[in-house]
Design a protein around this ligand. Structure first.
Ligand code: SF4
Length: 435
């Protein structure tokens, strides 16, 4: 047996081969294809152009459609995109569609996918969104693809893929209370750069990773693409299986897959989390790393807590613990990733108050579950940076214009750092709030 990494093993299984080596080009069978309101219409156009107006998708239960980006807007083109999805779902009898304005609406696709049971170990999940890599947290191969590839997958259920080599990032030690997964992944990206993992698998390993809950593991994998990674991945353990088994849509069987002893990694880096500090990415790149202590005191105009990276329940719990019984000094926007997270904000309590009560009492503004200002969006998007202000955000990208105005400055940080900064109106160290 040739030892393989988890990524190589999953690709080998889905290609029907015994062994896959980095660089091999293979036909892969796809387990789930996800698309959303921004790329769905383009994908559908490619599918119809090449397979015919009357063509049917390869499997109506394996195409998952989640409108989430430009949802709560008066923008006519954005609304039309969702209409295109609706008519396609009807025409194709797609089983899993989380339509806005209905009880099925979920919000951000990368959080909705696991919540609704579409992420399983050992599978191949493709999505028309670069942060599809988030699902690697469930021990599967998950990556973003373009509309052309997605149109082909819609028609055939297959894709021609090159197997990536694997970089391994090992985290050891007990996580200090002032650090979150966001600090760890920003440290990785700062270390290797935004192109440091281009077309490579990023495997996260070590007791420091397996001590993280599933949402924090999602944060790690979510930002693999910010280093150019083809996929981010964490081997499944009992935490993963408990989460997946409680949700598995259609109760599909899946195969737990792990890296073989002796597998080859083209790069390895070990981090001691006990020695790490809160990290921030300064404008205008996720690899423009500084320790928070180095930029403490930088004036801010806005704080934003949301997105697939920093809009999960774990993120809001961490932020609320800091904001409780205090008042923010700058505009602070809170956007739950999904309706399920939004519901949990009403029921999850700290010291007798719900997280929602804590945020509102602190003076934060709360929006509906969606991508909201993470990607800027139409000018009426909740939280969008419409003027050249400075914002600290739990999101994943800070390129010019990403959250709206091209001259706005965006600092990326953990929910703890963002909450601590919202209280001061300047970049603040969560160690000053959390013992
Ligand atoms: S929350 Fe942001 S990064 Fe995540 S899918 Fe939406 S726009 Fe993309």
């Amino acid at each position: 047996m040739t030892p393989m990494t988890i990524t190589e093993k999953i690709l080998a299984r889905s290609a029907g081969r015994d062994v896959v080596r980095p660089g091999d080009n293979i036909w892969v069978n796809i387990d789930v294809l996800m698309t959303h309101d921004v790329c769905g219409p383009g994908t559908i156009g490619v599918f119809k152009q090449h397979f015919g107006q009357d063509a049917k998708v390869w499997d109506r239960e394996k195409v998952v459609i989640i409108p989430d980006h430009y949802i709560f807007t008066k923008d006519a083109m954005a609304n039309r995109n969702v209409d295109v999805l609706r008519s396609f779902v009807k025409e194709q009898n797609i089983k899993y569609f989380y339509d806005v304005g209905t009880k099925d609406y979920k919000g951000v696709c990368h959080i909705a996918l696991p919540e609704e049971g579409h992420t399983r170990p050992g599978e191949v999940l493709l999505g028309t969104d670069s942060h599809t890599c988030t699902a690697g947290a469930f021990g599967e191969f998950a990556t973003g693809i373009g509309n052309t590839d997605a149109g082909f997958v819609m028609g055939t259920g297959k894709l021609w893929l090159k197997a990536p080599p694997t970089m391994r990032f090992i985290f050891h030690g007990n996580m200090p209370p002032y650090l979150m997964a966001k600090d760890l992944i920003l440290a990785v990206i700062g270390e290797i750069g935004v192109d440091g993992a281009t077309y490579r698998a990023m495997e996260f390993d070590g007791d420091g990773i397996f001590a993280l809950n599933i949402e924090e593991r999602m944060t790690m994998c979510n930002m693999a693409i910010e280093a150019g990674g083809k996929n981010g991945i964490i081997a499944p353990d009992q935490v993963t299986l408990d989460y997946v088994n409680a949700r598995n849509a259609g109760q599909r069987p899946y195969q737990v897959t792990k890296t073989d002893p002796g597998a080859t990694f083209m790069y390895e880096k070990v981090f001691d989390v006990t020695k790490m500090e809160p990290v921030i990415a300064k404008p205008h790149s996720p690899d423009n790393k500084a320790n928070v202590s180095e930029v403490k005191g930088t004036k801010l105009d806005r704080a934003y807590i949301g997105s697939c990276t920093g809009g999960k329940l774990t993120d809001f719990k961490a932020a609320a613990a800091i904001l409780k019984d205090k008042t923010v000094r700058i505009d602070t926007f809170v956007v739950p990733a999904t309706t399920q997270v939004a519901q949990s904000l009403k029921t999850e309590m700290i010291g007798g108050k719900s997280l929602e009560e804590i945020f509102l009492a602190a003076g934060a503004k709360m929006g509906d579950a969606s991508c909201a200002a993470c990607l800027g969006g139409p000018s009426d998007t909740f939280g969008r940076l419409n003027t050249p202000i400075s914002c600290i955000s739990t999101t994943n990208r800070n390129f010019p214009g990403r959250m709206g105005h091209k001259e706005a400055k965006v600092f990326l940080a953990s929910p703890m750092t963002v909450a601590a900064s919202a209280l001061k109106g300047e970049i603040a160290d969560p160690r000053d709030c959390v013992v």
